[in-house]
Ligand binder design. Structure first.
Ligand code: SF4
Length: 267
């Protein structure tokens, strides 16, 4: 980690992995790239990769329908009991009831333990080991990796894309969470009524591959600091947002102070 890392790390802290980097800015060919370049002027730039892919999947399943606060102890207990050696092999052979007890603090522990054991068994069957699975995530064709991950029960598009990015370090992957979905449509770099997949397609088409991962994490931080769901910074003060000159403000009415989902404003 470099000395100049800011206190708030857009990658989500040490678990984010990856390395500091500098992107070339100022020659954007699309509006979406210009937006990511502006985010690059605001935030610390970083490339990603390096997390263990299977552990990321396990973490995601544990966190479903619960808070990070509740799922973290479950993750810690699971790693303490099954984390030594090959996690895939250990969980493929785990007694499901015992695993359920281990992760009980995360809630829905029967369903979650079933899913974890089933995924571990399929990964072991297909790839043989945790290391081989990691290599597939890192080196496999992006579309093929995404399709394979989506076949697992409990893995949706956002999880698959985050594994591709944070574990595989794959270029050209722009995961779309609720912040990215909202901001891309407010800015006007994706159609107002686009669903998550359509926003992802627009961003991955318009943002150069090496800037996608940074664009994802930086847009989330921007969504928390400036372009929040209910009270975007421009609502009271048009000059309060550093992105104002690049934004169509779709769904944000600064005259009467109303904020609606961009899809509503298109009607
Ligand atoms: S100008 Fe307003 S709507 Fe546009 S990005 Fe900034 S805060 Fe969000």
């Amino acid at each position: 980690m470099p000395d100049d890392e800011p206190a708030e790390n857009i990658s989500g802290g040490d678990a984010g992995g990856g390395q500091a980097t500098i992107f070339e800015t100022g020659k954007a060919e699309t509006r979406a790239e210009a937006v990511v370049d502006r985010l690059g002027e605001l935030y610390w730039q970083k490339t990603y990769g390096g997390q263990d892919a299977f552990e990321s999947l396990v973490r995601t399943i544990l966190s479903q329908n619960t808070s990070d606060k509740a799922s973290q102890p479950a993750h810690d207990s699971l790693m303490e009991r099954y984390g030594s050696g090959d996690l895939v092999a250990n969980l493929a052979e785990a007694d499901q009831q015992r695993l359920a007890e281990t992760i009980s603090s995360a809630g829905l522990y029967n369903q979650k333990s079933e899913r974890i054991v089933a995924i571990a068994q399929r990964i072991r069957e297909t790839y043989g080991s945790e290391a081989a699975f990691d290599a597939f995530i890192r080196e496999g064709d992006v579309d093929e990796v995404r399709e394979s991950l989506l076949e697992y029960n409990g893995v949706g598009p956002k999880t698959a894309d985050c594994v591709l990015l944070f574990s595989g370090g794959q270029d050209g992957v722009f995961p779309v969470d609720t912040h990215v979905h909202r901001i891309a449509r407010r800015l006007g770099v994706a159609p107002p009524d686009a669903d998550h997949e359509t926003v992802r397609e627009h961003l991955e088409r318009d943002v150069p591959g090496e800037k996608c991962g940074f664009g994802h994490t930086a847009m989330i931080q921007f969504g928390r600091e400036y372009c929040t769901a209910r009270k975007p910074a421009c609502l009271d003060d048009p000059e309060a947002c550093p992105m104002a000159d690049r934004c169509d403000q779709v769904g944000v009415d600064t005259v009467d102070g109303a904020v609606v989902d961009p899809a509503e404003s298109a009607k």
